[in-house]
Write a protein that binds this ligand. Sequence first.
Ligand code: SAH
Length: 250
Amino acid sequence: MRTLAILSALPDEQSGLLQQLEQPERVQRAGRTFWRGHWHAHAVVLALTKIGKVAAATTTTTLIEAFDVDRVVFTGVAGGMGAGVGVGDVVVAQNFVQHDMDASPLFARYEIPEHGSAILTCDVQLTALLLRAVQAGLAGVGRHFHQGQWLPAATVHTGLVASGDQFVSEAAAARQMLSDLQAAGFSPLAVEMEGAAVAQVCHDYGVPFAAVRTISDRADDSAHADFSAFVTQVAGPYARAVIGQLMTLL
Ligand code: SAH
């Protein structure tokens, strides 16, 4: 039976999803735990990419090779980069760029060698479904209290997401990264550490991919402050609501 894969990077991003899985079966491969089961009559496998691009590529390759996966959806957290992309907002990725790819002068900065472009595009149909699931899912979750204040209702953004092997936690570094990317014509809304790698593996295998990230921080000097609490209290419930909705739309 063809299977939908749902990936997250961190255990706290995944735990709410795991609770929804019917008849969960645990499979170990490549030093990772894959959870196979059903959700709303869909065959589903849940897995953690772990953190960073190589780890994410290993998980995704294993998933596709070993679990007959025909669609991959990623749900996790990211740092906000674009103007107006605040903590508690949600970004549905349309495409990805690797902010740390630089094989210049052989290739243009950010271009993925032998891919012919810097950009990895998400599947249009699956992304449209995910966006609908985000809008419906967020309508159903209450507002959240975080760092001493109520978060405003989440704004949903769609656009480019930058990935790389760096937790961006300095405002100056984030500004530099953004202005370098913008100089090359790329304006990411968010930065994280796995999405572009998952997108590249899915592209190579021809497997549709879509991704959603809740903004946990602004990739600045306070990025680390309340990261874990945010993932548990806000991003986890969002992911569960969104994927629950997605299951009714597929
Ligand atoms: N605190 C965690 C480490 C998280 S690393 C631990 O101790 O295990 C950050 C994770 O969140 C990555 O999976 C990355 O994709 C995402 N992320 C959130 N904010 C980010 C930021 N500002 N820069 C890069 N990645 C970020």
